[in-house]
Design a protein around this ligand. Structure first.
Ligand SMILES: Nc1ncnc2c1ncn2[C@@H]1O[C@H](COP(=O)(O)OP(=O)(O)OP(=O)(O)O)[C@@H](O)[C@H]1O
Ligand SMILES: [Mg+2]
Length: 262
């Protein structure tokens, strides 16, 4: 089963926007049963799908801290047929303290999904903007990583680090196939600086840079404020077109990767 993680330590690079809409695209277009797992204290993935994350329990925190809580109990249906979400909220900030130095603390999410997510075709993770325990759980559970990179001056900085971290986790937790499958440029505006950064990303990731940068489109922001995916809120918008092209690239990158590994 594919497990796609959207990760970037830097905040506001469109991790949530991409994870929610790409998960919904796979459910709608590919007719897959998709589980979207949020691990961010902000709870934005659930919020973007209209879930009142402040009141919904059990959530991902309970899943990772209480073995008696089943994955099914933490999973909520969404307005998108075939798309289910495990919401997150503020409690997740207590995760490192609650789990302490348990030896298996970074493997908990992988363990729960291995045991209880067999009837899903795809799992998508929305990561928090930090390289803490929640993100390590995602990396150990994932089969591929997509890095959304905001096209700003400081964006390049974190990219090399991210690739190194993915390689380290892959070695440390015996996940030999885990790798960055695609780098998606986001927050694109046609300026000389953005094009310069895009060119640098192309040099760094010659075979893994998405051809479609995610440009600004207010419908994307509006859709989230209505608790809807772009496909439900503004399916004919430029935002929907860009997100669809990116979803197709993510699909193709994963398929190419699986063929290479096989
Ligand atoms: N293409 C776009 N056009 C306009 N606004 C966008 C676009 N993509 C994302 N946004 C808005 O930018 C903000 C940040 O996006 P998002 O929440 O997806 O980033 P993030 O990486 O998940 O942030 P965080 O690191 O805080 O989790 C949101 O308010 C979102 O609505
Ligand atoms: Mg987010």
């Amino acid at each position: 089963m594919r497990r796609i993680a959207f990760i970037n330590e830097k905040g506001g690079t469109c991790k949530t926007t991409l994870s929610v809409n790409v998960a919904a695209w796979f459910a709608r277009v590919k007719k897959m049963k998709v589980l979207l797992v949020d691990l961010d204290t902000q709870g934005h993935a659930g919020k973007s799908l209209g879930v009142d994350v402040r009141t919904v329990r059990p959530n991902v925190f309970d899943l990772l801290t209480d073995p008696a809580v089943a994955l099914a109990a933490c999973t909520r249906p969404t307005a998108v047929e075939g798309l289910f979400v495990v919401p997150s909220y503020k409690e997740m900030s207590e995760l490192p303290a609650v789990l302490g130095q348990r030896e298996d603390r970074a493997r908990l999410l992988a363990g729960r999904l291995d045991a209880e997510a067999q009837d899903y075709d795809l799992v998508v993770f929305d990561a928090p903007p930090s390289m803490g325990l929640a993100t390590f759980n995602i990396l150990v559970a994932a089969t591929e990583v997509v890095i959304p990179v905001g096209l700003t001056y400081l964006a390049l900085d974190g990219c090399a680090e991210m690739v190194k971290t993915v390689e380290e986790v892959s070695a440390k937790y015996a996940r030999p196939d885990l790798r960055v499958s695609l780098v998606v440029p986001t927050l694109y505006r046609k300026t000389a600086l953005a094009d310069e950064i895009l060119a640098k990303l192309g040099e760094y990731f010659p075979d893994r840079l998405a051809k479609t940068p995610l440009g600004f489109n207010v419908k994307i922001d509006e859709a989230q404020s209505h608790g809807q995916t772009i496909w439900d809120y503004a399916p004919w918008s430029r935002g929907a077109q860009m997100l669809e092209a990116i979803a197709r690239e993510i699909d193709a990158a994963g398929n190419a990767r699986r063929r290479a590994v096989a």
